[in-house]
Write a protein that binds this ligand. Structure first.
Ligand code: TXA
Ligand code: MG
Length: 320
């Protein structure tokens, strides 16, 4: 049997048997298992070498099913779900006890999302259980946006990779919850802050929370390639002819620098932030495979998906 393909029957069988299936979503590939099967969920943590205190998002295909797993669905959540599901939005809501503690790391809320990818939506519609799925990468590494990214790192750990092509958005979902009477963004992502505020008014952005739910500070380095990332310095380095530049790879938004092609990725020559987001993680992976000493990046415009791109690069730059 081929491990990579578009066969929904195989994916469904594997999941019913407690297996691990990499699933395409519009954001990044997920490493999915039956969220109600504790042994299957444990396999996710093992495959990723992920600490048990870092909880998982559950995925399903209809708001009606979401209501089986959450105990409250407040009005603000309804407005966002109505506007943006299926899509790159994760809601943090009070959980029902139908969700195992392992999935939420014992926290009182569960993260839920309806992803927007036709193959995965079809798969979810056949299942009477939700899928727990973190991004399908070893813990701390860059998320995969193509099936070959998953295969390169987790081929032996997964039972099947459902091939849905390249992820349309390319950044993980935006995570939204509530604290007291305030709507809070816990992780900037593929749904822009401006879009959310357009529906529910001003929200607070809590940077750094979602990746470190129980251990503030511990997981500052995240979304990181193996190479050192130097955030926001590409233009300065070129202007100053920094000697370290010789051995550095460069990630820029629109501008091409006087650098060898192999060491350079321009994410959107036309200046489109969606296109830049789509290309970001592939670029980080590709440059990580070169013999460059480090990866120096521009700072992106701080609006729409540029905000999330900057946040990911900042996190990647905290490594090592
Ligand atoms: O786009 C996405 O969100 C992708 C696709 C596969 O859906 N998933 C994803 O999952 O990025 P993951 O596990 O790589 O990141 C989810 C983040 C983690 O930082 C986790 O700590 C946080 O969400 N999270 C999950 N459940 C939570 C909970 N109950 N309370 C607080 N934080 C939670
Ligand atoms: Mg992840």
């Amino acid at each position: 049997m081929f491990k990579i393909g578009t066969n929904l029957e195989i994916a469904e069988d594997m999941l019913r048997q407690g297996g691990l299936v990499a699933i395409p979503t519009e954001t990044v590939y997920g490493l999915a298992a039956n969220a109600l099967d504790v042994n299957a969920v444990l396999r996710i943590f093992e495959a990723k070498s992920r600490p048990l205190f870092d909880p998982l998002i559950i995925h399903t295909d209809t708001p009606a099913k979401v209501r089986n797993w959450v105990s409250e669905f407040p009005a603000w959540a309804d407005i966002l779900a109505e506007a943006f599901w299926p899509g790159p939005l994760t809601l943090l809501l009070p959980r029902k006890n139908t969700i195992p503690d392992l999935v939420t790391s014992g926290l009182p809320q569960v993260a839920v999302r309806i992803p927007r990818h036709p193959l995965t939506l079809e798969l979810l519609s056949r299942l009477d259980f939700p899928l727990a799925a973190p991004s399908a990468n070893p813990f701390g590494y860059v998320s995969p946006t193509r099936p070959d990214h998953v295969a390169a790192q987790l081929y032996d750990q997964v039972d099947y990779i459902l091939d849905g092509g390249s992820c349309e958005v390319g950044l993980e979902s935006t995570i939204v919850g509530m604290e007291g009477s305030k709507i809070v963004i816990y992780r900037l992502g593929g749904l822009a802050l401006e879009e959310i505020e357009g529906k529910v008014g001003k929200v607070e952005v809590k940077e750094g929370f979602a990746a470190e739910p129980l251990a503030p500070g511990m997981l500052k380095s995240h979304y990181a390639p193996r190479k050192k990332v130097i955030f926001g310095e590409a233009a300065n380095w070129h202007a100053s002819s920094n000697p370290a530049l010789v051995s550095a790879a460069v990630i820029s938004f629109q501008k091409r620098y006087p650098r060898p092609e192999a060491y350079q990725r321009v994410l959107s020559p036309t200046g489109n932030l969606n296109e830049a987001a789509f290309n970001l993680f592939s670029a980080l992976r590709e440059l990580d495979e070169t013999d460059a000493e480090c990866i120096v990046t521009e700072m992106f415009p701080d609006t729409f998906l540029g905000k999330a791109i900057n946040e990911r690069l900042k996190r990647a730059s905290s490594a090592g």
